[in-house]
Design a binder for this molecule. Structure first.
Ligand SMILES: *[C@@H]1O[C@H](CO)[C@@H](O)[C@H](O)[C@H]1NC(C)=O
Ligand SMILES: *[C@@H]1O[C@H](CO)[C@@H](O)[C@H](O)[C@H]1NC(C)=O
Ligand SMILES: *[C@@H]1O[C@H](CO)[C@@H](O)[C@H](O)[C@H]1NC(C)=O
Ligand SMILES: *[C@@H]1O[C@H](CO)[C@@H](O)[C@H](O)[C@H]1NC(C)=O
Length: 532
């Protein structure tokens, strides 16, 4: 007699997502996002995931006498416990796998022995060119309002004047930016007390910045936090410390994007294509914003208004003016368009974008090897480096994150390894891991902490990567965030080293794969674009 089993599987999916009222434009500003907003996002991600739960009831029929199998699975709901429930932590969808931020896995017997920091400068004011754009906008808005019927026009719009009116110089680190880096310095010291207990010496704590003032000012703000109460200067008992810079024309570690001719050519040649790609989004939003407010906005107007929204929300904490011209779904589209540009011109969109950062990666690895050597030779404290702290730009930290393979899933990482191009980040409402607001907000940073573990446990040295201070999975290290140094070297670093900077950047290669790039450099010379 045949046994008949009927499986009834009921899958109930409850996603308790925050409704639109929870939408905060300050989390959607791509690389204009503030560090605090970005850190909040990280926290919300974790908390948000606690609210997503999938209940799966598996009812087996016929049951073993007298019982149903009755199970529920909770996703990212580790605290939940029920009598019939098994608690599972796994990712069911791309959205959930966005939770790249994991709890720390550092065994308590391991101690940090060296720290590498690569940070972006803090919040800065708009550049001179952008200040002029806002001056123009103010004139344009007056014109538009003059010709319009009043009722649908937001009250602020007709009398709007640039908040930076009269300011001629731009691009400097502003007070909020100083605060971000100062507080980061304090947190880093508190988190790694054994690394920062020594008396200051410039060879023990190396601080480097690019020659751009907002980056070196960021280094100073960070150092003031890091060494506060360690000196004798003033009521804050500050210490003087050295910040060194390479000449910007030859700073291949922190400003490789400026030293790499082939990259500059690529970027200049690619910009029109990026604009084309963004155009449909801008067209669509221009039409709907114009209709909603009965104002004859041009694409340029809307582009400037989005720029204004980002500055108001980020620098002035004002979200009820220009940002309110856009609906949440329009904001997420504009953010995506910005992220596309970051992807294509600075990120995974072209391998040259990040391979030119190999000198920085080598510098990081070299500093770790020196630290290990000092340890194995039992050198006295004060005679070797304990931290190398670098302050640079979005153009530095986005490529650096790409070199580490961050924000990729396993299959994407494989593609990169095989030198195949990645698909562009998908358009909302699809989710994506590649976000400017997470990768490179103002003050955004990666820390690589080298740990030494007791000899009994093999291997001995490990690297932990902290992205914006949270441990982050390394796809190149089997998704671990605490990676044996040997694996880190072999799997993450070494594959990049076959590409020498000079070959990549300054040679007119005959290699057919590179031909288009060398052609560009022949035809177009160098480009200069406002940097982030
Ligand atoms: C400002 O407007 C003028 C005249 O319309 C234009 O030529 C110029 O390029 C604009 N400047 C910026 C920075 O948008
Ligand atoms: C809107 O602007 C466009 C070009 O800027 C112009 O051709 C058109 O006539 C304007 N429409 C109205 C209703 O003002
Ligand atoms: C920004 O504004 C919000 C209200 O919209 C307020 O709750 C918050 O404290 C402000 N943040 C800062 C840094 O001023
Ligand atoms: C925006 O909010 C601030 C503070 O809540 C208020 O003073 C201001 O009038 C508002 N502006 C607009 C345009 O609604």
């Amino acid at each position: 007699m045949a046994m008949k089993s009927v499986w009834i599987i009921l899958l109930c999916l409850f996603v308790i997502a925050e409704a639109n009222q929870g939408f905060d434009v300050r989390h959607h500003l791509s690389t204009v996002t503030r560090y605090s907003a970005s850190k909040e996002i990280s926290q919300n991600l974790i908390e948000g995931h606690r609210q997503i739960k999938v209940l799966m009831f598996v009812i087996t029929y016929p049951p073993s006498p007298g019982s149903f199998t009755f199970r529920s699975y909770y996703i990212f709901h580790p605290c939940h416990d029920t009598e019939s429930g098994t608690t599972h932590l796994y990712s069911a969808s791309k959205e959930v796998s966005q939770n790249l931020i994991k709890g720390s896995n550092v065994p308590s017997e391991c101690t940090p022995i060296h720290l590498n920091l690569v940070a972006r400068h803090g919040t800065r004011s708009p550049t001179k060119k952008r200040l002029r754009e806002l001056e123009n906008l103010s004139g344009r808005l007056k014109e538009l309002v003059r010709d319009a019927e009043a009722e649908k026009v937001p009250g602020w719009l007709g009398k709007w004047k640039s908040p930076w009116h009269g300011k001629v110089k731009g691009g400097e680190l502003i007070r909020q930016g100083e605060e971000e880096l100062y507080q980061l310095g304090i947190r880093v010291r508190e988190r790694f007390p054994t690394l920062f207990e020594e008396d200051y010496h410039p060879d023990v704590y190396t601080i480097r910045a690019t020659q751009i003032p907002r980056a070196s000012a960021s280094a100073v703000a960070f150092g003031m936090g890091l060494f506060s109460e360690k000196g004798d200067l003033g009521p804050g008992r500050n210490r003087a410390f050295a910040v060194t810079s390479e000449n910007r024309a030859s700073d291949t570690k922190l400003r490789f994007f400026e030293c790499c001719q082939n990259y500059k050519s690529y970027r200049k040649a690619k910009e029109p294509a990026v604009d084309k790609l963004k155009e449909p989004v801008l067209d669509k939003i221009t039409a709907s914003v114009a209709k909603r407010h009965d104002l004859n906005f041009t694409k340029q107007d809307v582009s400037s208004l989005w720029f204004l929204c980002k500055q108001e929300a980020s620098l002035l904490n004002v979200t009820n003016q220009s940002c309110e011209l856009f609906t949440p779904s329009e904001v997420t589209l504009l953010e995506w368009a910005d992220d596309l540009e970051v992807f294509i011109l600075k990120g995974y969109g072209n391998s040259l974008n990040y391979r030119m950062g190999v000198p920085l990666l080598e510098d990081v690895l070299h500093s770790m090897e020196e630290a290990i050597k000092a340890r194995e030779e039992n050198l006295p404290p004060g005679s070797y480096e304990k931290a190398r702290l670098r302050f640079a730009h979005a153009e530095t930290i986005v490529p650096f994150s790409c070199l580490l393979g961050l924000f990729l899933d396993g299959s994407e990482y494989e593609k990169i390894q095989k030198e195949k191009p990645l698909e562009l980040p998908p358009q909302p409402p699809k989710t994506r891991d590649f976000r400017g607001s997470t990768m490179a907000p103002f003050g955004g940073n990666n820390m690589l902490v080298l740990y030494s573990c007791p000899a009994a446990s093999s291997p001995k040295y490990f690297v932990q990567v902290l992205h914006n201070e949270h441990p982050i999975a390394l796809p190149g290290c089997d998704g671990k965030d605490f990676c044996p140094l040997e694996d880190f070297k072999a799997k993450v670093v070494t594959p990049h080293l076959k590409h020498a900077f000079d070959n990549l950047c300054n040679a007119n290669l005959d290699d057919p794969k590179q031909e288009h790039q060398s052609l560009w450099s022949w035809l177009l010379g160098s480009s200069q674009k406002t940097e982030l």
